[in-house]
Design a protein around this ligand. Structure first.
Ligand SMILES: Cc1ncc(COP(=O)(O)O)c(C=O)c1O
Length: 349
């Protein structure tokens, strides 16, 4: 087991020649002015610990999702919350099933919990093979992770199929539905999930402020699910894991729905332009519902990433599978497309 991406400093793989980092699915836009102002205002209180329960944010999220506060657990990024979930529910000898390739922190977080990862290959269209995932669930399975829109392909799980899958799971298994990118797909509409949570007592939804809300640097995310699971998950949290800045910024961001919607529209328009440009060049690109696109290039993935890096653009290669490119600004896209031999088209970001 090695540390998460320990061979790279997150924004500088390829050294100082990298001008555009399109490798981490960060939001290309700067933080909301209200968020920046609140952070500046909070600076004099840096000597103080934050609220250990992040009560105000927990309540705000519960209100946003139409669930109660004891059905919400917040933590340092959704990766932090997922770690809490796995530590709470899994141990040595247990198994955690998920589609692969997937978010590259999953194997690490599962290993830290002592459990074993069971990888199920994606379908050729980059989606979850729910039948195969169900087949791999057995008496040792504690958690199934479903990611929708999926990282790295951007493909979403059909709602009806998701519900059927959740109904088919045995009682000893919890399904974690990782919706890190859901706002790009559903324009921050939280309506679907409370219903899923109410109807399926074995489902936990995982969300983050890192992506659509643009707060990756502050580290704040949450899980919503059955109160017994949430109560257990809170026990594995590190004390004071959510800073006052993160709490404030997340609450402000939740209240900025109109701005968020406009931002999502701009990002998804830029994503669709980038997709069209790449397709025009004859490259295979899956239709993504997130803030990145996936090129299933198989063995050509690494050479593609190297060509992009030579032009100063860092993308994420998933060796043997494909390349994931995060939506960037117009200049980043122009540079990438020029490097790939495409004429300038640009986007509005
Ligand atoms: C699918 C998925 N889940 C969770 C995360 C973790 O996000 P964070 O810990 O910043 O909330 C990421 C980050 O890239 C992701 O791609």
């Amino acid at each position: 087991m090695s540390a998460y991406r320990d061979k790279e400093s997150s924004n500088a793989e390829g050294g100082s020649d990298i001008t555009f980092d399109l490798s981490s699915n960060e939001l290309v836009l700067s933080p909301l002015p209200t968020v920046l102002a609140a952070i500046e205002e909070g600076l004099p209180r840096l000597a103080r610990y934050p609220d250990p329960t992040a009560r105000d944010l927990t309540r705000a999220i519960a209100g946003h999702l139409c669930v109660s506060a004891d059905e919400v657990a917040v933590g340092p990024g959704s990766a932090g919350v997922l770690q809490q979930i796995l530590l709470a529910l899994c141990g040595r000898g247990d198994e955690v099933v998920y589609a692969w390739p997937g978010f590259d922190a999953y194997p690490l977080l599962v290993a830290i919990s002592g459990a074993t990862s069971v990888h199920v290959p994606l379908t050729v269209s980059g989606g979850h093979d729910l039948d195969e995932i169900r087949t791999r669930v057995n008496a040792r399975t504690r958690v199934v992770i479903l990611c929708s829109p999926h990282n790295p392909t951007g493909v979403v799980i059909d709602h009806g199929e998701l519900c059927g899958f959740l109904r088919s799971l045995p009682d000893h298994v919890v399904a974690v539905i990782d919706e890190a990118y859901v706002e790009f797909h559903r324009n921050s509409d939280p309506a679907g999930m409370p219903k899923v949570l109410r109807e399926h007592s074995n489902a936990v939804v995982l969300r983050t402020f890192s992506k659509a809300h643009g707060l990756a640097g502050l580290r704040v995310g949450y899980a919503a699910g059955p109160r017994e699971v949430v109560a257990t998950v809170r026990k594995t949290a590190i004390p004071f894991g959510v800073t006052r800045f993160a709490e404030q910024a997340a609450m402000l961001s939740l209240r900025s729905e109109d701005e968020l919607r406009e931002r999502m529209a701009a990002v998804t328009a830029a994503r669709d332009e980038l997709t069209a440009d790449l397709v025009d060049m004859g490259l295979p690109v899956l239709p993504s519902r997130a803030n990145f696109v996936w090129l299933p290039l198989a063995s050509a993935a690494e050479s593609f990433a190297r060509a992009a890096a030579t032009a100063g653009v860092k993308v994420r290669a998933c060796p043997g599978h494909g390349v994931r490119i995060s939506v960037g600004d117009a200049e980043a896209h122009r540079t990438l497309l020029a490097a790939l031999g495409q004429k300038d088209r640009g986007n509005r970001l």
